[in-house]
Structure formats: structure tokens, C-alpha cells
Ligand binder design. Structure first.
Ligand SMILES: *Cc1c(COP(=O)(O)O)cnc(C)c1O
Length: 387
């Protein structure tokens, strides 16, 4: 019935990013000849029983909307396959389920709080050990044990936007047969492709830049080696954290404008970086551009900016946050609307205070997810809030 662009995956390698984002999942459809993918909102598929192999049986297995999204994401990350899940956390969990009791992980020190919680409060109980490190130097290799299986990192990191050299970490890890997983949520496939730098698996919270409109939750694992595909699909069907047809459709619609959005997020962020750089109340500014590994692996700095308000405690920061009119005070990131957050009491509150301060997540730290509004209005909003 539905033929997604599977067969043409490799023919489209010459296409640019946006052409792939828009046309990779083009469906040569049923009689309706709909130009965009319809929503196959069904939990089951009628079987013919005439001996022809069935592709779709039950909605927890394969679904046309998920497959169309997977084809697109495979093309955008230059991978061999993608498997989408009902959330970014479900995507991370599906990878971690490949480990066995006694195995060991080396993870980045700056990790999304939910991933940290999954490792510490779920996988530790299953006797999976984790060491955290910065990957700033090659010293992390001294942490490798005979039981080490995975290296897990995010770059740029959250909330300090530190850029980790993916190629360098991967080369060292592969000498020890370790699988390297890169959470590419902050950069999006438009700004960075970890598989091209040697990483084995990429995960995204599609909730953020890929979907881009703060209206849907989803996750994906994309890989360069098809061996992972089967077991990830098996796990998704066996454990059930699927992305529904409508959510897959919404994300596919969002991803078509990923390039335009990332260009505008980055352009707006650069203006705001310039503004904050000379602001008397800003004592420290964090942005990916200009860091050592930046030009090796990123094609733009993206929309995330963090800065420290001079001599400020939480009360001072809250006074500032209450004054924003355009930026909304909220967790999450990557949507068209600008958000502002206070990592110490919001996204990173689960980390003990002393440890937070040691990592630079001080009470005066503010994180911006710069949206795609008119930048003059964003700067006026910041000017007013910081006044
Ligand atoms: C949000 C996020 C996740 C978790 O994704 P959900 O879609 O919220 O489950 C994982 N990693 C990073 C870097 C994130 O920002």
C-alpha cells in the first residue's frame, strides 16, 4: 500500500539538507495521491491471507507515519537507520537495555537531568556502574575497565554549552571496542552530525529542535551500523514505548523547516551574545562558538546561551525572570518561542548544591533557549529584564 522512500535512500545522497527534510519521506501513495503524508491513525491493519508477506500488522510494530519520519531522520544524520520512540528518554532507555548486569558506562559530567536519573536511579539497581568525566583531555581512558561497554556524551553540554571533541573521544573509545553514543539534541542534525565523526549511535529528544514547536514529545536513535536496528525495533515492540501516528506526523511536519529554524535561532542567538557580552550585569557568558572543537564539528552555534548574573543569588535571578514579557520562564528548549530558565532550581535542581557549584551551575546562572521571534523584541525584553 504505502511505499515510503526506503528504496531511494541512497539515490538522494546528493540532495541538500532541506530537500531531504522535505522530500525524503515522500510517499508514492494510494489512490488519493495526497502530496503530504496522511495520518494512519489505526491500531491494526487488515490482513489478506493470500500468501503475500504483510508489512503492517499491529500498531505497536511498524507504522507508515513512523517509517516516514525514520527515513527522513536517517537521511538528515547520514545514518543507516533510525528508530523513533515515544520520548527522548525512551530512546535512551532502549540503548541502555542492551547492557548486562556488571557492565560499566563512562558518561559526560554535564548530562541531561533525566539521563542522569535513569543511570543513577534505574540502571544502578541493575548493577550497571557509571563514571562521569568531562572528556576535556584524554585522561578519561584511565577510567576504562574490562567491563566498560559504552561512552555516553552530550555536546554542546547543558547548561554550560561546552563543546566536546566527538572525533577525538570516538577514536580513543574505538581502540577499546567501546560503543559511543552522542546525544545530539542541543545541536540538531542541521548543525552537527556525530555519525560522520565516528560515533556509533546518535540520540535526539525530538521534543526539542527536531519537532521545534513545543507541542509534541518524541525521541529517536539513529545509527551507522544496521546491526543495532533490529534489536532496537525488537525492544520497541517488546516493551512498547512507541510514538503514535499523529505525533510522528507532527514531528515530520516540524522537521521540514528545521534548516530555516536553526538558521534563525543561530542568527538571533549571535545578536544576543553580542548584547550580553558587554552588559554590565553579566559576569560570564557561555556559547559554543569559539571553543576549540567548535569549528571541527559544528556548522553554527545554535540557539542556546547561558550567562551568569553578576553577584546574584536565586532571589535576584527570580526578580529578573519575573520581568520577562516575550521569553517565557519554562524548562525545555528548541521551540520557536524563546524560553528562559534558572538551571540551579529548575532543570538541574536534582544535583546536590555543592556538586552544582563545583560544575559551574551557580545560583546566578541563567539559560536562554532563543526562539525565532524578531530579535529586536528579544533584546528589548532582555534589556528590560536586566535593567
Ligand atoms: C529533553 C532531553 C532529553 C529527554 O527527552 P524527552 O523527549 O524529554 O524524553 C534527553 N536529552 C537531552 C539533551 C534533552 O534536552
Amino acid at each position: 500500500m504505502v511505499a515510503t522512500a526506503n528504496q531511494s535512500k541512497n539515490q538522494h545522497e546528493e540532495w541538500g539538507f532541506s530537500t531531504r527534510a522535505i522530500h525524503q519521506a515522500q510517499t508514492s501513495l494510494d489512490q488519493s495521491r495526497a502530496t503530504t503524508m496522511p495520518i494512519y491513525q489505526t491500531s491494526t491493519y487488515t490482513q489478506v491471507l493470500d500468501g503475500t508477506p504483510v508489512h503492517y500488522e499491529y500498531g505497536r510494530g511498524d507504522s507508515p507515519n513512523r517509517e516516514a519520519l525514520e527515513d527522513t531522520l536517517t537521511a538528515l544524520e547520514n545514518g543507516q537507520f533510525a528508530v523513533v520512540f515515544g520520548s527522548g528518554m525512551a530512546a535512551c532507555d532502549a540503548i541502555l537495555r542492551h547492557l548486562n548486569p556488571g557492565d560499566h558506562i563512562i558518561a559526560g559530567l554535564d548530562l541531561y537531568g533525566g539521563v542522569y536519573r535513569l543511570l543513577e536511579q534505574v540502571y544502578r539497581q541493575h548493577h550497571i556502574a557509571v563514571d562521569y568525566c568531562t572528556f576535556d583531555t584524554d585522561d578519561w581512558v584511565t577510567r576504562i575497565r574490562p567491563t566498560t561497554r559504552l561512552v555516553w556524551l552530550e555536546t554542546p553540554t547543558n547548561p554550560l554549552l561546552h563543546v566536546i571533541d566527538i572525533e577525538r573521544v570516538t577514536q580513543k573509545a574505538h581502540l577499546h571496542d567501546l560503543t559511543v553514543v552522542v546525544d545530539n539534541t542541543f545541536a540538531s542534525p542541521y548543525l552537527q552530525n556525530p555519525l560522520c565523526l565516528g560515533a556509533d549511535l546518535v540520540v535526539h529528544s525530538m521534543t526539542k529542535y527536531i519537532a521545534g514547536h513545543s507541542d509534541v514529545i518524541g525521541g529517536v536513535v539513529i545509527g551507522g551500523d544496521a546491526r543495532w536496528r533490529e534489536s532496537l525495533q525488537f525492544l520497541r515492540n517488546a516493551t512498547g514505548p512507541i510514538l503514535g501516528p499523529f505525533d510522528a506526523w507532527l514531528i515530520l511536519r516540524g522537521v521540514k523547516t528545521l534548516a530555516l529554524r536553526m538558521q534563525q535561532h543561530t542568527q538571533n542567538a549571535l545578536h544576543i551574545v553580542q548584547f550580553l557580552k558587554t552588559h554590565p550585569r553579566v559576569s560570564q557568558l557561555y556559547y559554543p562558538e569559539g571553543q576549540v572543537a567548535y569549528s571541527k564539528q559544528m556548522r553554527g552555534g545554535g540557539g542556546m546561551i547561558s550567562f551568569v548574573l553578576k553577584d546574584a543569588d536565586t532571589t535576584h535571578v527570580y526578580e529578573v525572570l519575573r520581568k520577562f514579557r516575550v521569553f517565557a520562564v519554562a524548562e525545555s528548549l528548541g521551540g520557536v518561542e524563546s524560553l528562559v530558565s534558572h538551571p540551579a532550581t529548575m532543570t538541574h535542581s536534582a544535583i546536590p548544591e555543592e556538586e552544582r557549584n563545583r560544575r559551574g551551575i551557580v545560583p546566578g546562572l541563567i539559560r536562554l533557549s532563543v526562539g525565532i521571534e524578531d530579535v529586536k523584541d528579544l533584546i528589548a525584553d532582555l534589556e528590560h529584564a536586566l535593567d
